[in-house]
Design a protein around this ligand. Structure first.
Ligand SMILES: [Zn+2]
Length: 94
């Protein structure tokens, strides 16, 4: 039996998409430092429902549920809003 886990699957998906979007040509003008990436992820996640799981099997299932075009579109929308919010007022301590 695999170890129990406590994980917000939405968080995993958001972090992956934030990295992907910030490296895409559309968002080249925005800072992609770790501070801004985390800041954007936090802002987007505060506007999305959580999806916690406690087993690897449930995590796989959650991915199937959340990786539908409708869910990804909603998640992308919240991330894009967050990119602009953070971009207006970056909080990197450099
Ligand atoms: Zn930054």
């Amino acid at each position: 039996m695999s170890k129990p886990i406590l994980l917000n699957v939405t968080e995993e998906i958001v972090q992956g998409l934030v990295r992907f979007l910030l490296h895409s040509p559309d968002y080249q003008t925005f800072c992609d430092c770790d501070f801004c990436q985390m800041n954007i992820s936090a802002d987007a996640l505060n506007h999305l429902p959580t999806y916690y799981v406690s087993t690897s099997a449930a995590r796989e299932e959650a991915y199937l549920t959340l990786k539908t075009p409708e869910h990804i579109e909603l998640i992308n929308k919240k991330i894009i809003v967050a990119i602009h919010t953070v971009g207006k007022k970056p909080n990197h301590t450099i």
